[in-house]
Design a protein around this ligand. Structure first.
Ligand code: URP
Ligand code: ZN
Ligand code: ZN
Ligand code: ZN
Length: 499
């Protein structure tokens, strides 16, 4: 037969408008889009369904080895070494269940170490999954050896983004070190992604809260009000402008920070902004929840950084998405179970908020929530949804046009979506390794019913069927979006790329 598989009669959302057509797949790639394709070895009926590019989640923490307290404000918390509970197998299952087929996840660097040994370990972990994947390289200790020898090496191996934190005790970079990473990224053709919160401000406020006896989960939000995010966002952008290096601001939670990004974009800077469903769905008040079984610890389930804000802020984030200031919605999936020793209670259920790991699971919930709250409720067009969840992340991360669009030549990563199906979210539906979802009980309209990864059906009616070890690394070469603008203060290039 001419095609290994034909997806028949769906409403195909290409990333550039929607059209009813068949999709012919050959050797894992899209070989034809036409009104009617017949010569097929197999057919998947898509009548009455939307056909979307498989989701690209460009911000996911999966099976990430971390030294104790990695994502909490306090850096000294036991156990000394933890691996994020989500494995590449469980994450792949969860991703497919929710319509996502590719992720970009994080290779850690621990202070006092280089990056290559940890990369080798992480490559082995990632290769066990079923998802296609690429890596951001976290830089926490930018020594000369790391920046001058190891970064060029990982770039040669297809990694094109460096991730930096401006907060968290064991991770944050000084302005000086951040500048050094920006320069290195510019010389090597990488994107820099940035966690923007002011380390010293959070530390100062956390100490004051603890002194005042305000230690419960809800005070996590009080420790990091919007101003600390706005300040760090402004600073991250200003220093990137100085170096002439493109950046993406991660997990924007408030309009003040988004306004900094908008201002930069209006001035022509290469600055992009990401947000996540938690900043559209959760508020600081969720961390004040209490249950008979868990008491005030129940609020830890909603604890992430930046903190969820207010309903008014949620509305402003929707507006910033609509305006295009925030053009990617990723999950920042970083799950810690409420029970067990590696999870939220690693330091006990009475731990003060600064000793509770930050992060919430959201890999499977991302697309259903954004579709339901966005498309079904009329806030977003279908085209906008596809761009926010697949096309834009693929372009910004240098994965396009192989990923993120439905076009001839692209990988046949497809989510067949029933736009009318109503589902009440439960933790079981998320199919992740975490023991809860922050969205338990949420009603959504629209649900993925079949998912294809490179032409193979990997999920049907919630049943994931894919062999561990079939996910592929997605090497990234040089790409135009991360090319510097060539606009320099006084025309002086203090960080020239090698000739
Ligand atoms: O609270 C969060 N967001 N945890 C994950 C790590 C990060 O900061 O992205
Ligand atoms: Zn972050
Ligand atoms: Zn300022
Ligand atoms: Zn993150």
């Amino acid at each position: 037969a001419e095609y290994d598989l034909v997806v028949r009669g769906g409403e195909v959302a290409t990333g550039f408008g929607t059209t009813r057509c068949d999709i012919g797949i050959r050797e894992g790639r899209i070989a034809a889009l036409a009104e009617r394709l017949t010569d097929a070895a197999a057919v998947v009926e898509a009548g009455g369904l939307l056909v979307l590019p498989g989701g690209i989640d460009s911000h996911c923490h999966i099976e990430e080895p971390a030294r104790g307290g990695y994502v909490s404000a306090r850096g000294d918390a036991p156990p000394p070494v933890t691996v994020n509970e989500e494995s590449f197998v469980s994450a792949s299952t969860s991703a497919f269940a929710g319509g996502t087929t590719s992720v970009v996840c994080f290779v850690p660097q621990w202070k006092g170490e280089g990056i290559l040994p940890r990369l080798a370990d992480y490559e082995q972990r990632a290769a066990r999954g079923m998802l296609d994947y690429s890596f951001h390289q976290i830089i926490t200790d930018p020594t000369d050896a790391v920046l001058e020898r190891e970064v060029p090496e990982i770039v040669a191996r297809g990694i094109r983004s460096l991730k930096v934190f401006l907060t968290y005790e064991p991770l944050h970079l000084s302005d000086e070190d951040y500048l050094r990473v920006l320069v290195t990224a510019r010389r090597n053709g990488c994107l820099v992604t940035v966690h923007c919160e002011n380390y010293a401000a959070i530390k100062w406020r956390t100490e004051a809260l603890l002194r005042a006896g305000l230690t419960g989960p809800k005070y996590h939000a009080w420790s990091r009000p919007t101003v600390v995010e706005r300040e760090a966002t402004h600073r991250a952008i200003a220093l990137a402008e100085l170096v002439d290096q493109p950046i993406q601001v991660f997990h924007v939670s408030c309009a003040e920070a988004a306004e900094e990004i908008a201002r930069a974009q209006h001035r022509g800077l290469k600055v992009w902004g990401e947000t996540c469903p938690q900043y559209l769905m959760l508020t600081g008040a969720d961390m004040d929840r209490s249950t008979p079984e868990q008491g005030a610890f129940a609020g830890a389930a909603f604890m992430c950084s930046p903190s969820p804000r207010t309903p008014a802020e949620q509305a402003r984030i929707w507006e910033m998405i609509r305006r295009g200031t925030l053009d990617i919605v990723s999950s920042d999936h970083c799950g810690f179970s409420m029970g067990g020793e590696r999870g939220k209670a690693a330091n006990g259920r009475d731990a003060s908020f600064d000793a509770i790991p930050n992060g919430i699971p959201g890999l499977a919930a991302r697309l259903p929530i954004l579709f339901s709250e966005g498309v079904s409720k009329g806030r977003l067009s279908l085209d906008e949804f596809v761009r926010l969840t697949a096309t834009n992340p693929a372009r910004l991360m240098g994965l396009a046009p192989r990923k993120g669009v439905i076009a001839v030549g692209a990988d046949a990563d497809l989510a067949l979506w029933d736009p009318a199906k109503r589902v009440r979210l439960t933790n079981a539906l998320m199919q992740h390794a975490i023991d809860y979802t922050p969205y338990e009980g949420l009603e959504v309209t629209g649900w993925p019913v079949t998912v294809l990864r490179r032409g193979a059906v990997v999920m049907r009616d919630g049943v994931v069927q894919a062999e561990p070890g079939t996910g592929r690394f997605l090497p990234r070469g040089p790409y135009a979006m991360v090319r510097p603008r060539g606009v320099l203060a006084d025309g002086f290039d203090a960080a020239p790329p090698p000739a």
